[in-house]
Ligand binder design. Sequence first.
Ligand code: PLP
Length: 387
Amino acid sequence: MKYDVNEQGFYGEFGGAFIPEMLYPNIQELKSSYREILSEDAFKEELESLLKDYVGRPTPLYYASRLSTHYGADIYLKREDLCHTGAHKINNTLGQVLLAQRLNKTRIIAETGAGQHGVATATACALMGLECIVYMGAKDIERQAPNVSRMKMLGAEVCAVHSGSKTLKDATNEAIRDWINNPDDTHYIIGSAVGPDPYPDLVTQLQAIISKEIKEQMEGLPTHVIACVGGGSNAIGAFYNFLEDESVNLIGVEAGGMGVQTDKSAATLALGTKGVLHASMSYLMQTSDGQVVEPHSISAGLDYPGIGPLHAYLHDCSRVTYKNVTDEEALEAANRLMKLEGIIPALETAHALAYLEKMNFTTTDKIVINLSGRGDKDMNTYINANI
Ligand SMILES: *Cc1c(COP(=O)(O)O)cnc(C)c1O
């Protein structure tokens, strides 16, 4: 496929594996085997069966009639919020746990910020009887107490990281350190379409089921597919099988935070410049001397200073349009979906919904919004916002 990663692990100038030398054997083992394992019949059968009976796939493509009337266009919601554990992340963690088993790994490590990827990893490990260690910044452990409890209930060990800003990037450093020290028995599950090659492609392939199902569920092609973008895994999942259908407008919505003109934003493609973050060349929010800028978003899942390298490439070749909406606009959009459709979306997802306010519709438009997750985890934010 035209937009797939090349042999060297790049999408145009983006991607690659800018890793410490000690990580090279781990990355090389993964890179040399993942495509083959993913395409084995036995692997595909096992994953498909779990996705069906355990996750609840295919997720519905729901025609949102009151939302459609409100905007005067046909709007469909791809219901990833109905996946087991409440979001798309389980598509990736289940696939990677099966891959780890094929590579004879008995120990799984992951990093998590808001805790959603940690919970999805702990879930897949419990299902497969694998040891699970989740690195999490001490500050995030305090902020995300319910997800910490969930991970522990599922049998995972949550490792508090006290270095640096005690948040996601410090947890990532600690997970990488662990992987270097345990190369033989351990697989590292990255939670979005980011990190060194081959992770962006691995995560893309595992999330591409979203757009595969949309294509099967829809008569003809949509005119637009819209998804929120943090690292970019739900968005690339929703876009992937439409990339070569040039008539389909693909729109990624980043978190504008308090607005891109303020210093409280997470809109990487609006504010970022080229550089290396988490071992991959992409756009990132950084100062002129290359220090990562602390991002801000009301939604923990979009609060990331980088973006996956495939998105950077799709942005530069103009195949996907990237926009951003503010915290306030996301809250309003969440409220609108609750009242019009009886669905409480995740705050991340609300960013994709908020973009509908900025579109000019024609009555022949058929718009798919990827409803990446449900809003249970965001109850406190919604309550405090008086929705
Ligand atoms: C984690 C998360 C996101 C953001 O991550 P991506 O990799 O950009 O998809 C979006 N929506 C939900 C519900 C999430 O949990």
